[in-house]
Design a protein around this ligand. Structure first.
Ligand code: ADP
Length: 164
């Protein structure tokens, strides 16, 4: 059984993430989508909320398991029996950071390979931070995220604006 992990912040999950996760499902027998629980990043959604949104958005993919993790990705991958870490690449700007991470992870554990997938062109501009920015300004983000995320973002920002 070939197992992969797709690690990330997923704050929140976008159609770009879902595209990579769906394509990973064609290559592996089980895909763990792993939410990094790093409070230093000051996420908009808690790790629990991010996992719940991912579960809802990937409910139709029965080989996907969504959960949180802390610490090193390679150690998490090892615990799950994964042979690969799957990451998405959008622009050249992603490349330098991803090369650094992949090289460090390779140094830490040579048995876990990092696999890169190029973004689909329609999502190449899409990031969680852009989605959050547009949503916070009241813009329509429904083309970029699954319906459960659009709803959760609306709730967050309506709530935030009533607090001001
Ligand atoms: P991180 O903070 O670890 O970069 P993200 O949630 O931003 O976490 O991204 C997780 C993974 O999804 C990364 O490999 C990232 O490159 C990829 N990704 C994010 N947005 C897109 C997109 N629009 N198209 C393809 N891959 C993407």
């Amino acid at each position: 059984m070939k197992i992969a992990v797709c690690p990330g912040s997923f704050d929140p999950v976008t159609n770009g993430h879902l595209d990579i996760i769906t394509r990973a499902c064609d290559l592996f027998d089980r895909v763990y989508v792993a939410v990094l629980n790093n409070p230093e990043k000051k996420p908009l959604f808690t790790a629990e909320e991010r996992v719940e949104l991912l579960k809802e958005a990937t409910a139709h993919l029965d080989i996907v398991v969504c959960e949180q993790f802390e610490g090193l990705v390679v150690e998490y991958a090892k615990r799950r029996g994964a042979v690969a870490i799957v990451r998405g690449l959008r622009a050249v700007t992603d490349f330098e950071y991803e090369l650094k991470m992949a090289s460090m992870n390779h140094h830490l554990d040579k048995d876990v390979e990092t696999v890169f997938m190029m973004t689909s062109t329609e999502w190449s501009f899409l990031s969680s931070s852009a989605v959050k920015e547009v949503a916070s300004l009241g813009g329509d983000i429904s083309a970029w995220v699954p319906p459960c995320v659009a709803e959760a973002l609306t709730k967050k920002f309506v709530h935030a604006s009533t607090e001001l």
